[in-house]
Ligand binder design. Structure first.
Ligand code: UDP
Length: 330
């Protein structure tokens, strides 16, 4: 039986492929390569270059392979862009979910691992955040993920579909061997942006606000290493194979680091000075987001292994240093 990884050429999908391959899983990948990279895919993987909303292409994948489960990573994920172009997000993210669920139903495939997001919570009432806490997204990206979560849940109530929705916190780092990593055409994430300074691509880092009600005034986030995150997807599939019930589950490290702490850690790792400038708060940024990860521990039997922020930044640094132009250097 085969696992279909939709969006496998992306940052998280490509790390997942490695973990699944190490576990002896047979994998096929579907990706439209709009934000993913062909170079991120290993040669042994069977690859379909198609959009998830293309019903004909999906039928071909399900006809040609004995698909047992779908890992669904295909989605736009830029918060700022989602505010500017909400329909683009609903079309691709929600539309893509409809298409894949229809195909799964047509071909009798009933296991899905869905990449959801902490963005479904919005501005939390308390931290650490529990899966049972209220969801109240503050931007169309988070809203699209909440709709997608709910769609799967409704479908599961009237069919044999079983799912795990994994709510990611801040995914960071790169493969420990430095061969695959983060390469976004439009970079908005903190660690890659910090590392652009020692790479000579950026003069300084803008800190988006230093007057938040946190220990040093800058926002606190929960950074989870991409390999830890990828491993949890395999555990989630294993859980469904053992007849686990549908659920949502946070994936973070359970630890919070401020923007200033991240910059200090990056200085230690790279041994470069990283000049900063404090600018305005980024609209919609909550002061503190940290996951409660007890459920992932208990139910998925999962524990993050790369919890030192220096270690996480070290892997990202290795990737960026060896590939200053991302996959264009491969
Ligand atoms: N951030 C920052 N400067 C930047 C990029 C990000 O100060 O150039 C902050 C941002 O305000 C947030 C944290 O870094 O508090 C993480 O931002 P990122 O975009 O990486 O992830 P998010 O938490 O928005 O998903």
């Amino acid at each position: 039986m085969t696992v279909l990884i939709c969006g496998g050429a992306g940052y998280i999908g490509s790390h997942c492929i490695r973990i699944f391959a190490e576990r002896g899983e047979d994998i096929v990948v579907l990706d439209n390569l709009e934000t993913g990279h062909r170079e991120a895919l290993p040669a042994y993987v069977k690859f379909y270059h198609a959009d998830i909303r293309d019903a004909k292409a999906l039928s071909q994948v399900f006809e040609e392979n004995q698909i047992e489960a779908v890992i669904h990573f295909c989605a736009y994920s830029l918060v700022g862009e989602s505010v500017e172009k909400p329909l683009k997000y609903f079309d691709n993210n929600v539309g893509g979910m409809i298409a894949i669920l229809q195909a799964m139903q047509k071909y009798g495939v009933n296991r899905m691992i869905f990449s959801s997001s902490a963005a479904v919570y919005g501005d939390p009432l308390h931290v650490p955040i529990l899966e049972t806490d209220e969801t109240n997204p503050t931007n169309p990206y988070g809203e699209s993920k909440r709709i997608m979560e709910r769609m799967i849940d409704w479908v599961s109530k009237t069919s044999s579909l079983r799912y795990v929705s994994l709510r990611y916190f801040n995914v960071a780092g790169a493969a420990s061997d430095g061969t695959i990593g983060e390469d976004h055409r439009h970079e908005t994430h903190l660690i890659p942006l910090i590392l652009q300074v020692p790479m000579g691509k950026r003069e300084k880092l803008n800190i988006f606000g230093d007057q938040y009600p946190t220990k040093d005034g800058t926002c606190i986030r929960d950074y989870i290493h991409v390999e830890d995150l990828a491993r949890a997807h395999w555990n989630a599939l294993d859980y469904l194979r053992k007849d686990g019930q549908c659920m949502v589950c946070n994936l973070g490290s359970g630890l919070g680091y401020s923007v200033k702490e991240m910059i200090t850690a990056a200085k230690n790792v790279t041994r470069f000075d990283i000049p900063v400038e404090v600018s305005q708060n980024r609209p919609g940024d909550p002061a503190k987001l940290v996951a409660d990860i007890q459920k992932a521990r208990n139910v998925l039997h999962w524990e993050p292994q790369h919890t030192s922020i220096e270690e996480i930044i070290e892997t990202a640094w290795k990737w960026h240093r060896n590939h200053p132009n991302g996959y264009a250097d491969k």
